[in-house]
Design a protein. Sequence first.
Lengths: 443, 265
Amino acid sequence: MTDASMDTPRPRRAKTSLVSEDARTKKRNAAEKRFQAYGILAIATGLFFLAVLAFSIVRSGLPAFTTTVVDVNFTLTQEEFDEAEGQLFKTKAYSGYFISALQKKLETENVQVAFDEAAIERIMGKIGSTLREYYTANPDQLGEEVAFKLNAASRVDGYFKGRVQRETLQDSRFLTLADLDLVDALAEAGIIHTAFDWGFITGADSGVDNPGGAGIGASVVGSFFMMLVVLLLSLPIGVAASIYLEEFAPQNRWTDMIEVNISNLAAVPSIVFGILGLAVFIQFMHLPQSAPLVGGLVLTLMTLPTIIISTRASLKAVPPSIRDAALGVGASKMQAVFHHVLPLAMPGILTGTIIGLAQALGETAPLLLIGMVGFVARGYPDGFISGFTDPNSAMPAQIYTWAARADQAFYEKAWGGIIILLIFLLTMNIIAIILRRRFERRW
Amino acid sequence: MYDAPHTERDVDQQDIKISARKVQVYYGTTHAIKDVDCDIEDKTVTAFIGPSGCGKSTFLRCLNRMNDTIDVCRVEGDIMIDGEDIYDKRVDPVQLRAKVGMVFQKPNPFPKSIYDNIAYGPRIHGLAKSKADLDEIVEKSLRRGAIWDEVKDRLDAPGTGLSGGQQQRLCIARAVATEPEVLLMDEPCSALDPIATSQVEELIDELRQDYSVVIVTHSMQQAARVSQKTAFFHLGNLVEFGDTGKIFTNPVDSRTESYITGRIG
């Protein structure tokens, strides 16, 4: 070897100037520039699609937060109430009262339009039953003047939001062109207008015939109780399992197998967990159907692998010198883990947990199988305990249900629901980032 | 070369603190330590020298059973401290490590305050009855670690914020805070600059008053400066063990001589 290098002198590099690039350098620099351009292009494409997504969500979802209301001041006397309750068609009597109140208001405002009872029914929906419900629930309001904000029918609402247009409208039993004239006149007088819809945020789901009254509030509560179950179960179980596997378990075939299986579980389609939940929790253990408790249990199964994997990764990231230091001063293994390793791994564990929870929050498929999808969540649970056991829906399930309904107005609600869901997810991610910053330590 | 603290070599015989007989260590199938017999005296600094991978650190870690934490490691033979076999089934390694403190190659203070770094050991061993007691232990230990004057005004500052040399002295102070009888040091100066090294060496010499100190080092000058006894390891064997002066001036084994003169290693 040494001989060969001695015999043939190495070819010397040609002398080049440092200020001008030679061919190789040029090629190398060009390749580098190209690579950077690809990267920028990829990021730009991603951002573009993100912007399109955000724009379309906001554009389609924002109308869900407003609704078209009719302002009417209304007084119902005890006699009128008794009279209406004595009739065969009770709600019809109430619509009669409403029409006369509206007429009176139009007279004082000097608006000249003619309308009949049927037109009002088309514009206002089941106004009679709404009023009856109110007065049966609040009899003390009888004889008092009440300022009502009454939701208009969903097609009138759609007319204000551009979903229903004059040009394409065909007269039907739901809405006629003449009704739109009436609506325009009422709008001119300021009686009918769009307003922010608190009912969408705080309310419960409504039947398929009343999209205006549908709200996401009840399913937010359902999701909250589910997440509570997931957090209370998966955090302690997941962290304990990871600590054992990472710090205490012997390295053998069994633990290897468990490790591989945990990684595999993280990739199992969520609907599999759903059918498992259906079989085990509902059919075998007879837990109540559609209950957040069962939803939470199923989502716990789904979240556990995520939490275990991220917890183990953050435990592994703690430098072994810290463990040595603790053992070296005579700490037991458990003391070393709980006093030194766990606090250092905390930011990673918390981030993993919150990401896992966020994932669970947006999960729909497993809920499909335990009856939380398609369920009409008409009310709030009565108390804390019944929050876990009463049938309820969850946010993504509610969105799915709305999207599947025929009425266009529900489609809009679905987009609005997605905005709410995204706000929750964003908040959770921000919390994860803040916690990470807070607990981060350097060593 | 910088000034090395002068160590008078008192060769007068001390009591034997640790005695190892026929110690074998296996990492899986690798035979890392072969048939090591060695008597380590009390109130003496014993240096382990030898080329990389010769087993000196492994043997050191046997003395407080730190090798227990490595799954594949297996130790055979007898290691007695004060006549008690530390690999006896009844011996709790945690109790042993309180008696045999350790300082590591890389300074590894806990990411906590300086005070908590020192107080941790005494706390878990219940050495302090009150806050005042603990304060006293912390001050005493930091003084023993020759770092008290530098940190006394900022005991609440994080230990990781100190310089490398200060961190290592903090770790030594942390080790002495649990009042061990033996202090093991695994290349304590390899990550330090010469000034910090000389400070730590000075400290080691002082610690000799109370402890049996065992130090693993790559630097033969350091072994010559701080130790009274030196053991030379080569390929898992304890080649030569004796008074430092004798090892460095008049070694018996040819391998020792080759290593000391720089021909192998």
